[in-house]
Ligand binder design. Structure first.
Ligand code: NAD
Ligand code: DAU
Length: 345
């Protein structure tokens, strides 16, 4: 069974490639990835020489390259993860978000339609629903109300996926998941950024009052959910995936500070993210009832293991924190480079 995974060199994609090869013995995985700043082929270095895995470097928005790949490989299924994924970068410049997330999804859908793909899974996000007040949960029928250029581009892609099912009868499915954490996450997102800053003795930049809420899920649970939807979901349906683990950013930051053995002086409050969504929380009961999936990883155990993974992989983190990352960090955090934000405690 030949499966195309897009974005397989990113955080969730690399965990998914490994998860699928482990749990689906009949699977052959082709990983289409452009290797942008967020893509790292070494995330899957352990698969070198595995005849069931192949990396193809290409742009998902490049129609000719994508058609060529589909023509040659006879895929059964597509698991589409390739995306520009960071909200803050979409606020600086939405251009690559529209190209990759919207045009890339359209190109992939057209190829999947032309070559008769049997399952097309769009890996989407709870951010397409917008922001919640202090109570309530996102369900699959919550209206789309994206706030950032990133979430607007994902919502546009989801609408295209739904339209290809409705108009052409394509066997598409959509997952919408909450915030992931775990190994191989690029250290521009809250958890890996804060861990790597703390391990270097630097402060962590908390946006606004730190009381925004996110619903955390371990990446392994997300991968299990994507595979469950791919195997057993009903075409045309949306499935929410979440961790039932709501935390304010400040509470999470305190847990990370405790793991690092630091004090609250490690926190630096910085200007809020423009348009910052206040609260996300997912109702994932549909996936639980229909697919028998449920999030399993206990958050405090998963967070400790994640912390330990970053501590055990300094070379992986350092290779990223050089180069392009430094100019991004400077632009995002007001020119305060890693070196001059250190504090003594
Ligand atoms: P990531 O930024 O870590 O990885 C994205 C991958 O896509 C990289 O390997 C990159 O090289 C590749 N890519 C980017 N542009 C490409 C292009 N034009 N052509 C081919 N490949 C390209 O992202 P992630 O956090 O692993 O997220 C993966 C998917 O899951 C995204 O679609 C995202 O919207 C979705 N998602 C993420 C989360 C989360 O918490 N991280 C939660 C829910 C859904
Ligand atoms: O909800 C799913 C989404 O989760 C995915 O679709 C996105 O791809 C993924 O990046 C993530 O989006 P968030 O914007 O929620 O994640 P991020 O790690 O960027 O931020 C988490 C929270 O922490 C958010 O409230 C903003 C805050 N934050 C983030 C950073 C990077 C800070 O306070 N300081 C920071 O430096």
């Amino acid at each position: 069974m030949r499966i195309l995974i897009t974005g397989g060199c990113g955080f969730i994609g690399s965990n998914l490639v490994r998860y699928l090869l482990h749990h689906e013995p009949a699977a052959h995985v082709v990983n289409l990835d452009l290797l942008t700043y967020a893509g790292n082929a070494s995330n899957l270095a352990d698969l070198a020489g595995d005849s069931r895995y192949e990396l193809v470097r290409a742009d998902v928005a490049d129609r000719d390259a994508v058609r060529e790949l589909f023509r040659g490989r006879k895929f059964d299924s597509v698991l589409h993860l390739a995306a520009e994924s960071h909200v803050d970068r979409s606020i600086h410049d939405s251009t690559p978000f529209i190209r990759t997330n919207v045009v890339g999804t359209q190109v992939l859908l057209d190829a999947a339609k032309e070559f008769g793909i049997r399952r097309f899974v769009q890996v989407s996000t709870d951010e397409v629903y917008g922001s919640l007040g202090p109570s309530g949960l996102f369900t699959e029928t919550t209206p789309l109300c994206p706030s950032s250029p990133y979430s607007a581009s994902k919502a546009a892609a989801d609408l295209l996926v739904g339209a290809y099912h409705h108009t052409f009868g394509m066997p598409t499915l959509i997952t919408r998941c909450s915030n992931n954490y775990g190994p191989y996450q690029f250290p521009e997102k809250l958890i890996p950024l804060f861990i790597s800053n703390l391990l270097r003795g630097e402060q962590v930049p908390v946006y606004g009052d730190g009381l925004n809420v996110r619903d955390w899920i371990h990446v392994e649970d997300h991968c299990a959910g994507i595979v469950a939807v791919w195997r057993s979901g009903r075409p045309g349906e949306v499935y929410n995936l979440g961790g039932r683990c709501e935390k304010t950013n400040l509470a999470l930051t305190h847990e990370l500070i405790a793991l690092a053995g630091r004090t609250f002086a490690a926190i630096r409050y910085v200007a809020d993210r423009p348009g910052h969504d206040r609260r996300y929380a997912i109702d994932c009961s549909k996936a639980e009832q229909e697919l028998g999936w449920t999030p399993k990883v206990d958050f405090s155990v998963g967070l400790r293991e994640t912390f330990d993974w970053y501590r055990a992989h300094p070379a992986w983190v350092e290779s990223i924190r050089n180069g392009e990352y430094r100019s991004y960090y400077e632009r995002q955090y007001g020119g305060k480079t890693a070196a001059n934000t250190s504090v003594s405690e």
